[in-house]
Ligand binder design. Structure first.
Ligand SMILES: [Zn+2]
Length: 196
């Protein structure tokens, strides 16, 4: 189980390094099985972020960049998802001091298999305040993340957090995305049902 304090602990490092517009924290979970040569590729289609499995060999020619990183405690970060469209987080991904600091925090708190780093999108930035819900379709192994109403958002499982500082200068997480609970098969447990 991951608690609010732990998520904000990662958020503090993101804020300290000034990557809060570029990097988010994601509760590690997945919805679909992947073959060894596959990874998830997410791109914007209309106003939805659509993620589908893709052959890893195709990533380069598509200009895809890692938008989801996980660490395993060996001083390396591994891409577990890719995106097309913008690459806000590339500076953060190249900042080894920043990544080491996060990794050390995760290891110290036994969170390295529970929290991942994600790239925030430019579009999301422009749409500040818009809540997104992720719908998952097993038949096509596709995830669609669409803007949703507040009441839908309130019933989803929180997965993705951005960070700001409150008036006392303390990190405060802001949930950006939730998953539809009925369809999601999660590797790790989400943080209860609180999303604020
Ligand atoms: Zn999900």
């Amino acid at each position: 189980m991951v608690d609010k304090k732990q998520i904000n602990g990662v958020g503090k490092i993101i804020l300290d390094y000034g990557y809060e517009e570029d990097v988010c924290v994601i509760l590690a979970h997945r919805h679909f099985g992947l073959a060894r040569n596959e990874t998830m590729l997410e791109k914007l289609e209309g106003d939805a972020w659509v993620a589908k499995p893709i052959d890893i060999e195709l990533l380069e020619q598509l200009g895809a960049f890692p938008n989801l990183l996980i660490c395993m405690g060996d001083s390396k970060w591994y891409p577990v998802g890719y995106g097309i469209g913008d690459n806000n987080a590339l500076n953060a991904w190249a900042d080894t001091e920043f990544l080491n600091k996060i990794e050390n925090y995760l290891i110290k708190n036994e969170l390295q298999d529970k929290l991942m780093l994600g790239a925030r999108s430019a579009k999301e930035e422009k749409e500040k305040g818009v809540k997104f819900m992720e719908y998952n379709y097993e038949e096509t192994r596709t995830s669609e993340t669409r803007p949703c109403a507040d009441f839908e958002f309130a019933n989803g499982l929180p997965t993705t957090y951005a960070f700001t500082r409150n008036i006392n200068g303390e990190p405060e997480k802001l949930c950006l995305r939730v998953c539809v609970p009925a369809i999601a098969v999660h590797v790790h447990t989400h943080v209860g049902n609180e999303y604020d």
